[in-house]
Design a protein around this ligand. Sequence first.
Ligand code: TRP
Length: 332
Amino acid sequence: MAKPRVFSGVQPTGNLHLGNYLGAIRNWVGLQADYECIYCVVDMHAITIWQDPADLARATREVTASLIAAGIDPTHSVLFNQSKVAAHAETAWIFNCVARMGWLNRMTQFKEKAGKDRENASVGLFAYPNLMAADILAYQATHVPVGEDQKQHLELARDIAQKFNFDYGVEHFPAPEPLILGEATRVMSLRDGTKKMSKSDASDQSRINLTDSADDIELKIRRAKTDPAALPETVEELETRPEARNLYTIHAALGDESVADVVAAFAGKQFSDFKKAMTERAVSRLGPLTAEMRRLVADPGYIDQVLRAGAERANAIAEPILAETKRIVGFI
Ligand code: TRP
């Protein structure tokens, strides 16, 4: 039997960091064994908010490099950038005519991103979830690994698939399902344990980038915010200690163990002992990845060739589906 098809996308806006790696990309790598995986660098989504063209091009290559460095095998999985495959835009237009204004008006991410000045948000930002639905359904993908923040958009993609099928009296698009992979690792800022680790944080000390050297990683962990209390004796204690909880969560995730294991291993010890162990683990686990990442970034010709080959394979899957979509709609 054919493997079920997974689609997921990542925006090329700025550098990827440890939060992206532990929260999403690591899971994408693991899915390759059991699913037919299509992974897309969504440059068309990126421009729903202004992007400097040179920065966008650089970020597209960098994100591609980090996916490869993290273990996405581009000869196995389909890896490409969205703008190279026209089926995304073409399907999205049809979905603009399927989705209702009322549905999109309920999207919380639009409200957050548009902020107070909604009148000045791009139309693309409003229609963003329709393009995301098109990404998935252009391949008739059935499974989508997404984080908490994208669940509402995936729900909308299901609604669009169902309304399309109902309106046209077909069974053309599957209703894609979220793929929840264990407990998502929520990585917080190294400077403030209550804020998500983010590429838009002004302080580079707040995050570990996938391009950081071993020295950078060491320094950032050494400077990471902690609290004055002794190391916790129980997991419950961590609930009120966001910085300690964050560092324990990262250490556990990097060692494929539970936070309870980490609590047990360090109870009664000093923060300096913990940070030393954490640094060693982070450097040994991330070092090869970040070195490979820097090597790939220095070879843009190779990255471009990977994206071209990926787009050809993506197109071969999407083309017959798009032809059928158009036929159903009545396009001749
Ligand atoms: N909106 C997603 C994000 O910002 C990225 C994305 C675009 C995506 N298209 C997708 C994710 C399709 C899953 C499936 O994280």
